[in-house]
Ligand binder design. Structure first.
Ligand code: NAD
Length: 298
């Protein structure tokens, strides 16, 4: 079994590493948060004292960090992965980050003699726990194939996307559609209610009709319809409005760089920003429904 170095043991990294440990790998992990480190150690991970400690002797190094700036710091910073790992080590960034940062990481890793792939994931915390994430992986085919072997215990779907940064591109475009669909489900749900439809009857129709979407089936923002919806728990987060806003902003930035008009995406980004400005940033992104039903601030 392999020795795996892992940086970033938060909501996603913690359960992802637990599945690698279950598969028999020796995982050495580092996180700036002592609480995250302790929680991961309870699942069998060996806590490391630094990035250098985590990557020493690793066959492969994974990173699962919030944003591009964190990934750049962890790879390129003093005492970072490129400085500390043995040259030639396979590096896998599974964070959701901007296209520019993804490109910088690929270039810097190649220049320093490392194999690097961008391998963001979809499936949320429940998918991380169940080992059923979808991985979308960009990079040279040999490195993608090598990374897939280690990714297998964490995933239900492993999809090579093509050249460097295309995994990140797929993730950004997927999440753009997700949040547009969520906003659509919120508007449809509230209007249906005001037109006198029973919430369950309307959901039963939409979920087998052309209004269907993953957001509708999983995050339907009305309490008492879909068990996995945060609306049942006063919008306690499964995916925060802050994180959703970050992801839509990645799409908006990529659209600006490619002269792509994202009129709907930009509008949904503004809705998420309004939620955050109203103090709801740490709540679930499906609280976007509050902008439709008039309960914002209640
Ligand atoms: P998180 O904030 O829970 O975890 C990130 C961890 O990185 C934190 O524990 C933090 O302490 C650590 N960290 C930050 N900088 C560090 C550094 N310099 N050195 C060591 N550790 C550092 O975030 P998360 O929910 O686990 O998400 C991670 C990534 O996965 C994000 O890019 C997110 O967009 C993406 N993602 C999240 C979900 C989800 O449902 N939460 C789903 C798919 C993808």
């Amino acid at each position: 079994m392999a020795t795996i170095g892992w940086i970033g043991l938060g909501n996603m990294g913690g359960p992802m590493t637990a599945n690698l440990v279950k598969a028999g790998h020796a995982v050495r992990g580092f996180d700036l948060s002592p609480a995250a480190l302790t929680a991961a150690a309870a699942s069998g991970l060996t806590p490391a004292t630094s990035i250098a400690d985590a990557v020493a002797g690793a066959d492969v190094v994974f990173t699962m960090l919030p944003r591009g700036e964190h990934a750049l710091a962890v790879y390129l910073g003093e005492g970072g992965v490129l400085e500390s790992a043995a040259p030639g080590t396979l590096l896998v960034d599974s964070s959701t980050i901007d296209m520019d940062s993804a490109r910088k990481l690929h270039d810097a890793a190649a220049e320093a003699g490392f194999r690097f792939v961008d391998a963001p994931v979809s499936g949320g915390i429940s998918g991380a726990e169940a080992g059923t994430l979808t991985f979308m992986i960009g990079g040279d085919p040999a490195s993608v194939a090598a990374a897939s072997v280690f990714i297998e215990p964490m995933s239900a779907n492993i999809i090579p996307t093509g050249a460097a940064t295309t995994g990140q591109a797929a993730k950004i475009c997927n999440n753009l559609m997700l949040f547009i669909n969520l906003a659509g489900a919120a508007e449809g749900a509230v209007l249906a209610d005001r037109l006198g439809l029973d919430k369950q009857v309307f959901w039963d129709i939409a979920s087998v009709s052309s209004g269907d979407s993953w957001a509708l089936r999983t995050w339907y923002p009305v309490a008492g319809v879909v068990p996995s919806s945060a609306a049942n728990r006063d919008f306690a987060p499964t995916f925060t409005a802050e994180l959703a806003n970050k992801d839509i902003n990645l799409a908006v930035a990529a659209a600006n760089a490619t002269n792509t008009p994202l009129e709907i995406g930009e509008h949904v980004q503004q809705l998420m920003q309004r939620l955050i400005d109203a103090g709801e940033g740490a709540r679930d992104c499906s609280a976007i429904v509050k902008l439709v039903d008039g309960t914002l601030g209640e």
